[in-house]
Ligand binder design. Structure first.
Ligand code: NAI
Length: 466
């Protein structure tokens, strides 16, 4: 394949930022420019203090510090970056549609189409366009149609290169991926473009871990991977409810089945439910695609993963209300954690948002502490649901920067994110400052239940008889 020396990436978010930072770090001979329409985001990526970059990921600040200004650049000059690049990654958001046909299910591809049209308008020489965003199977066809009907004589090759990093371990995952997946056209030109991208990754990823497929397999594999991962969480969560009724302990069950090499131990942790910007969106998209081909059973099968997850979030909130003598009105409930998982500042689709919303409907007062999520984000997440007026959310919810303050005078603590630091708190001090009986609802099975019970807490864990 042609040797690439200039890469552009459209979209400087949770995927575009870290992936391009690592490509730049590992390929000093390639100039990587990450562009975004969002000026504030680009400014944050360019902040001289790498503690202020907009994505929190362990180790990312060091990667950015190493490459930025050398061969890694962040900019809002989209046209210029497109014009100069030989290879253009599209890493923009593909949220669930909130309007029209497919509302609440299908992926909204308007940002993808805008990128394709912008590339078509600007490009003067041949480009390799790489889909980094997660896209419905056969999107590459639409992208190709838009690019090839501009009549300016530019040749385009479209590749699919979905990203498998997990937030919270993005840098680790990018440095040593289980695999890199690249799909391309089966034509000689397609294979040549594909080889160009293989060579970029081969700078640090062993060749046998770089898988190549046709475009449609690659696109569909990303949706499939997320569906399988989320399905494991919903499967163990479905059993957690049965454990709570029968005296079985879901952690013991998970350990017992996880030692079977056919099942494997990972992703079997029961919790308040999965969150994050991807799992729900991608499964809904998969369900929508299956329905659009008339595959009712296939669609219903995968939709159940979402239904179970919604149930798990809801019953966590319901259990809090029920346990607190059927009323939380006017009671303070402390939330430890707001991010959708530990080691990220990302809150998209976090279970905490939905649990909070249910408790606010019961007129609870909520005090939130999260080590990485700012106050403004908590309010914007709640306001986004449009369940109640924004003033009401501000009135009922406080966001504090001290966990002990969050828990002071609370009737109950709900653990919503598995941040390590929660385990290290002075739980005796927390107990002394709470209303009695003092309840802990551990939505992540994070804390030492026996220790808390010895202190005097009443503890509810997922998948354990209370
Ligand atoms: P994000 O919302 O953090 O970032 C997307 C960025 O694209 C935003 O900053 C937005 O301003 C920018 N953008 C949108 N349209 C633009 C345009 N026309 N020109 C320039 N910039 C534009 O989204 P995130 O999380 O990075 O996800 C991006 C894609 O990657 C999605 O398709 C997602 O499904 C996929 N993905 C996400 C993963 C994750 O862990 N967040 C993991 C794997 C894939």
């Amino acid at each position: 394949g042609k040797k690439i020396s200039k890469i552009c990436c459209i979209g400087a978010g949770y995927v575009g930022g870290p992936t391009m930072a690592v490509i730049a770090q590992k390929c000093p001979h390639i100039t990587v420019t990450v562009v975004d329409l969002n000026q504030a985001r680009i400014d944050a990526w360019n902040d001289p203090d790498t503690n202020n970059i907009p994505v929190y990921e362990p180790g990312l600040d060091a990667v950015v510090a190493e490459a930025r200004g050398r061969n890694l650049f962040f900019s809002t000059e989209v046209d210029k970056a497109i014009d100069e690049a030989e290879m253009i990654f599209i890493s923009v958001n593909t949220p669930t549609k909130t309007y029209g046909t497919g509302k609440g299910m299908a992926a909204d591809l308007k940002y993808i189409e805008l990128c394709a049209r912008q590339i078509a308008r600007v490009a003067k020489d041949d480009k390799i366009v790489v889909e980094k965003s997660t896209l419905p199977v056969r999107t590459a066809e639409a992208v190709k149609n838009i690019l090839q009907n501009t009549g300016n004589g530019v040749n385009y090759q479209i590749l699919s290169n979905p990203e498998f990093l997990a937030e919270g371990t993005a840098v680790e995952d990018l440095h040593a991926p289980d695999r890199v997946l690249i799909g391309g056209d089966t034509t000689p030109e397609g294979q040549e473009a594909l080889e160009s991208l293989v060579e970029v990754y081969a700078n640090w990823v062993p060749r046998e871990r770089i898988l190549t497929t046709n475009l449609w397999s690659s696109e569909l594999s990303k949706l499939t991977a997320n569906a399988f991962l989320a399905q494991r969480v919903s499967s163990i969560n479905a059993l957690s409810e049965l454990c709570e009724r029968t005296g079985a302990d879901v952690s013991e069950v998970a350990r017992s089945i996880g030692t079977d090499s056919r099942i494997g131990p990972k992703f079997l942790k029961s919790s308040v439910g999965f969150g994050g910007s991807c799992f729900q969106k991608d499964i809904l998209n998969l369900v929508y695609i299956a329905r659009s081909y008339g595959l009712k059973e296939v669609a219903d099968y995968w939709e159940q993963v979402i239904i179970m997850n919604d149930h798990q979030k809801r019953r966590f909130a319901t259990n809090i209300v029920k346990t607190l003598y059927n009323t939380v009105s006017g009671k303070k409930i402390a939330f430890l954690g707001w991010a959708f998982k530990k080691d990220t500042n990302d809150t998209r689709e976090s279970a905490a948002i939905y649990v909070a919303d249910d408790l606010l409907n019961e007129q609870a007062g909520i005090s939130v502490y999260d080590p990485k999520v700012p106050e403004s984000q908590v309010y914007s997440d709640l306001d986004y649901l449009e369940t109640r007026a924004s003033e009401k959310n501000k009135q009922l919810v406080t966001v504090v920067t001290d966990p002990y303050e969050a828990c002071k005078d609370a009737h109950a603590i709900a653990v919503l994110t598995e941040w390590d630091e929660f385990k290290e708190y002075d739980w005796i001090k927390i107990f002394e400052n709470m209303k009695k009986p003092a309840f802990v609802f551990d939505g992540r099975n994070l804390l030492d239940t026996n220790k808390l019970k010895d202190i005097g807490f009443k503890v509810y864990s997922i998948g354990k008889e209370a």
